[in-house]
Structure formats: structure tokens, C-alpha cells
Design a binder for this molecule. Structure first.
Ligand SMILES: [Zn+2]
Length: 296
């Protein structure tokens, strides 16, 4: 009888101890593991949801922003230099002195304009960024050497962003154009966006389509290869374009393209035919008058 009682007690002690040990194992190992797994799954679910929401928000922003025009003057410059040859009337017509250029920049800054780049415009349309209240883009066509010697130091002095449209085949070509070394140095500045302007500066509308497409794609490829960074924007040589060319520019992977058509309002649907203005030698209030918004 006593033996049976002892056996029974022993049995209960063993069973209780086993349950206790299992309980400890569950509480200290299995349960935290399950909890961690649940937490991870919940965090992953929430993250996926917030990513989805962010993407949806960007899509909505893109849709809304693609439906209205924005006021964005894009200034078109060629030469910033002192033309010493009085017989060179063409160059004089395309040139402004560094002093006038600097005065124009200080007028823009004093009147609340914020220089941006075409990448900033793309980010706005993609719903990834906002635009500053009075955005403006300062552009230089062709890749002339005086951009490096005259304009670039003034842009750096005032910390003004600008975009240059470089003719890739004209680098190192006569003393009129940027050298490759100068372009490499310009590329190190976060202020300057380097964009493409064809290989040989032909009127693209007068070329066969395959030749025009080559001028567009090869200028992008050559500059990207040389600079080891994306070249996202294009300007049509002489501003000459057609709907087919605009389509080819988009197909080549560019995000926007600039013409020389006059206008200060831009739209998402017109992002491959962006309008620009030539401000010439106008300064102060006359410059601001040139940049007035269009009213529809
Ligand atoms: Zn040009």
C-alpha cells in the first residue's frame, strides 16, 4: 500500500516537473519566437501597405499634376562673354556680357525665383518632390567654352542651379567649345545638370528618321559613357522638332525636351516640347516683365 502511494507521488512529481519544464521552454523559447515571427509579419504587412499607399499617392499626384499648366520660365542662353570682334554680329546677338548675366541672376534671386533643374521638374511630375514657389530653369545651349570661363564662376558665386545642353560631338572641337576636361570638372558641381543636344547639331527635321534617331540616342549614350551618370534631358538643335521626333526622344529614355518656342507656362503633356524664353540683355524690371506669366 505504502509502495503504491510512493509510486503515485513519484509519478505526480515527475509529471508536474515535466509540465513545468515544458512550460519554461515554451515561455522562454517557443513563445518569443512566435511573437517575433508575428511581429515581423505585421511589420512587413504594414510596410507593404505604406509603400502601396505612397505609390498610390505618387500616382494621384502625377495624375493631378499632369492636368494643369505650371508657371515655369526656362531661360535660354548661348554665349556669356564680351564679344571683342565688332564684325561678328551673329555672336553679338547671341551674347550677353558676364556683368549683365550676373545682374539678371541677382534680379531673379531678389524677386523670389528659385533656379531648379529638369531633374527637379521630372521629380515633381513623378510625384516625388515639390516645386519651389517661383521655379525657373537657367539653360545654356551648345556647350560653348565661355560657359566654363564666364558663366560657371558666376553661377557658383550665387549658388544658382543651371542646365547645359551639350553637343556631344563638339567637345574639344575648336577653342569655341568646351573641352572634355572642362566638362568633367563642370560635372563635379552639384549645381550644373548636363543634358544632350545631339551629336553634330543638325536640324533633326531635315534628316532621315534613322539618322535623327542616331543623333538623339548617340548623344545620350556618349555623354553618359563619358560622365558615368544618367543624361535625362534633351534640347532640339535650332529648336526644330516634330511629333515623331518628340516620340523618339521619349523612346530614347529622355524625360523631357526643350524647344525654342516662346512661352513661360509648361505642361506634363508638353514635357517633350518645353517652351523657353530669350531674355537677351534685359535686366531689372525689364527682365521681370519678359518673364511675366501667361494668362489663359
Ligand atoms: Zn543649339
Amino acid at each position: 500500500m505504502k509502495k503504491w502511494v510512493l509510486g503515485k507521488q513519484f509519478y505526480w512529481v515527475c509529471a508536474t516537473t515535466a509540465v513545468f519544464i515544458l512550460g519554461i521552454i515554451y515561455a522562454s523559447v517557443v513563445y518569443p519566437m512566435q511573437l517575433r515571427k508575428q511581429n515581423e509579419q505585421q511589420i512587413a504587412r504594414e510596410e507593404a501597405r505604406s509603400l502601396q499607399l505612397a505609390q498610390q499617392q505618387r500616382n494621384v499626384l502625377t495624375r493631378v499634376r499632369s492636368q494643369s499648366e505650371i508657371y515655369l520660365p526656362i531661360l535660354l542662353y548661348h554665349y556669356v562673354e564680351v564679344v571683342t570682334d565688332e564684325r561678328d554680329t551673329i555672336r553679338q546677338g547671341l551674347s550677353i556680357t558676364p556683368q549683365i548675366f550676373e545682374s539678371q541672376l541677382t534680379t531673379l534671386l531678389a524677386n523670389g525665383f528659385t533656379p531648379i533643374t529638369f531633374d527637379d521638374l521630372s521629380a515633381y511630375y513623378a510625384g516625388r518632390a515639390e516645386l519651389p514657389p517661383k521655379p525657373v530653369i537657367v539653360t545654356f545651349d551648345d556647350g560653348y567654352r565661355d560657359f566654363y570661363t564666364d558663366a560657371f564662376p558666376i553661377l557658383k558665386k550665387h549658388q544658382v542651379k543651371a542646365a547645359i545642353f551639350v553637343v556631344s560631338g563638339f567637345l574639344d572641337y575648336t577653342k569655341n567649345y568646351l573641352t572634355r576636361a572642362q566638362l568633367k570638372e563642370i560635372a563635379t558641381s552639384p549645381l550644373i545638370e548636363i543634358n544632350a543636344h545631339s551629336v553634330n547639331h543638325p536640324n533633326l527635321t531635315l534628316l532621315s528618321l534613322p539618322n535623327a534617331v542616331w543623333e538623339i540616342t548617340e548623344s545620350k549614350r556618349a555623354l553618359e559613357n563619358f560622365l558615368s551618370r544618367p543624361v535625362n534631358h534633351f534640347a532640339y538643335p535650332f529648336g526644330a522638332y516634330s511629333q515623331i521626333l518628340a516620340y523618339e526622344v521619349a523612346r530614347a529614355g529622355f524625360q523631357t525636351a526643350a524647344t525654342v518656342e516662346f512661352g513661360v507656362n509648361q505642361s506634363f503633356t508638353g514635357r517633350f516640347t518645353l517652351k523657353r524664353i530669350r531674355v537677351g540683355g534685359f535686366t531689372g524690371p525689364e527682365l521681370l516683365a519678359k518673364m511675366k506669366p501667361e494668362f489663359n
